[in-house]
Write a protein of this length. Structure first.
Length: 253
């Protein structure tokens, strides 16, 4: 799976999902970026620069487009060669990294979550708003942007590719996940568990729900970008690490 021909659909799935957050501005060319306009670093970013010949000009352009917002620059296998070192030379600070993981869906291990966990698909704006509130709270995003985040989520131009899942206990959403079907790949995003319900298999169960839906639609490969905690859990589901994104902060101009 580390051959570029196998890896590219996984990276393309990731790019397309995040570009769907570009409610304020989006570009998908030599410089690929999304700008939600919301004050959270996860929701604004550069995903790829394919040519570093004009690096200083391009970085200045990106900084100007993201002015006034927290944001990140992603560097992965689809970026120009030596991109990470070039950014560091430009003053960038590495924030961390996120492994790109994949699984053959015919090898997907079953999940065993709490017996009282009810998995449902999310339909309608009220349910969507509740779902957004659940994952944003779990991810530590400021509550002030919840309403705007729900609006962007509801108006995504790629909604036909998306199926959202909620896990409820006693009527409350305690976990979330999302299936993003693109480039022949089942991408899994927005996996969250409420802090007071963690370490009970809820995130694994919701990830499996999304991947199973992808398998039922004829997809053969699943992918995700793991958090540090998820990177420890997902191998038990059959995932393997096939690449990595490095995440950088760029100093203001």
């Amino acid at each position: 799976m580390n051959e570029r021909s196998d890896l590219e659909p996984l990276l393309a799935n990731c790019r397309d999902y995040w570009l769907g957050w570009g409610a304020s501005e989006v570009a998908d060319g030599e410089l690929t970026y999304y700008r939600s306009g919301l004050a959270d670093g996860q929701l604004n970013g550069v995903l790829r620069l394919s040519d570093t010949d004009q690096l200083e000009r391009t970085v200045s352009h990106a900084v100007s487009r993201m002015a006034g917002l927290p944001w990140m620059w992603w560097v992965g296998p689809d970026s120009a060669p030596d991109m990470a070192n070039r950014l560091v030379d430009h003053g960038a600070v590495k924030l961390g990294s996120s492994p790109v993981m994949s699984v053959r869906l015919d090898r997907l291990a079953p999940a065993e979550g709490p017996a009282d966990l009810k998995i449902e698909t999310v339909e309608g704006f009220d349910a969507l708003s509740e779902w957004v509130r659940a994952f944003i709270t779990s991810f530590g995003v400021t509550p002030e942007i919840i309403d705007d985040a729900a609006r962007i989520e509801a108006q995504r131009p790629d909604s036909a590719r998306i199926t959202r899942f909620a896990g409820r206990r006693d009527g409350r959403i305690v976990g979330t996940s999302l299936l993003y079907e693109a480039h022949g790949v089942a991408g899994v995003y927005v996996v969250s568990t409420a802090p007071d319900h963690r370490r009970q298999g809820i995130g694994t169960t919701l990830s499996t729900a999304a991947l199973t839906a992808g398998r039922e639609r004829g997809l053969s490969v699943g992918t995700l970008q793991a958090s540090p905690l998820g990177a420890l859990v997902y191998p038990r589901m059959g995932f393997e690490t096939v690449a990595e994104y490095e995440l950088f902060a760029i100093p203001a101009a």
